[in-house]
Design a protein around this ligand. Sequence first.
Ligand code: ASP
Length: 342
Amino acid sequence: MINNSKILLVYTGGTIGMIKDFETGALRPFNFDELLQSIPELKLLDHEIETVSFENPIDSSNMNPEYYLKIAEIIEESYETYDGFVILHGSDTMSYSSSALSFMFENLNKPIIFTGSQLPIGDLRTDAKENLITSIQLAGLKKNGKNVLSEVGLYFEYKLYRANRTTKINAEHFQAFSSLNYPALAESGVHLDINEAMIKKANRRKKLIVHKELDNNIMVLKLFPGINENIINQLISAKGLKGIVLETYGSGNACNEDWFINLLDKAIKNGILIVNVTQCIGGSVVMGHYATSTRLEEIGVISGKDITTESAVAKMMYLLPKELSSKVFKTIFETSLRGEML
Ligand code: ASP
């Protein structure tokens, strides 16, 4: 099978891009020429690889919507030139960035694969090489002359996931991500095993739309037993606040005492959109299942169903600038736009 694809590799920063200086032993960011030299295996791939790097690569803890836009514009400008895109990114906030990119690219017909590593590329035991090489292979994979993947993916430790379904779950293990509510799109073993039934099918007739406006006037509020009325009141009265991702217990349950419900009700009446997501890393919000979520439903809290917090944050940032009525916002939020929920 001839599989000659053109891939654009975008380096934003993160551990993957560090290399050990043999003289000092310190870790420092590499440049792309060094990368190609430190992974001679890349030359064995059939694909033509071109690279572009952030001028000042960042630790992904410093990621924000301005950088999302920068990544999106790099891809948009070269969308027609390449068959696939691989984004090298720190693992810490990779699920947030890749979820955001999945919403920003409507009618995506080419793969955008995020990857990174737990150990720098220069480390003897690095996971960076496998992650990078397989991500490039996946981004370039073709069948009958057409790319196999056409969505935003996240590849880490032998598994390709739908990016907006992932969460970073481990700061130590090479298997740093999980996607408990959606199966892996592909697994790398002796063969690259594509889960055909679960991948998004390309619709080549629809034109790519890149949504560039994101609104970050939002917050994530994680409930815990003993949460304080006064503090929540202060938080939800913050000037400019437009949306809250409310991390509740289990299947979407929260304290149903009057003071709590009244505070949320007041916020909703003031036009703040509240989405209910679960603190669990798997499973779904089912409002009305327990009495402790019935009142949330009654006051107009939106169900995040089985969406991750990362993806809910991204979806909220993406939908807020559309200035929808709260009714339409609720309907759209509760609908899967990029495969991020059931
Ligand atoms: N702190 C790093 C980052 O997210 C960790 C990593 O790359 O895995 O940029």
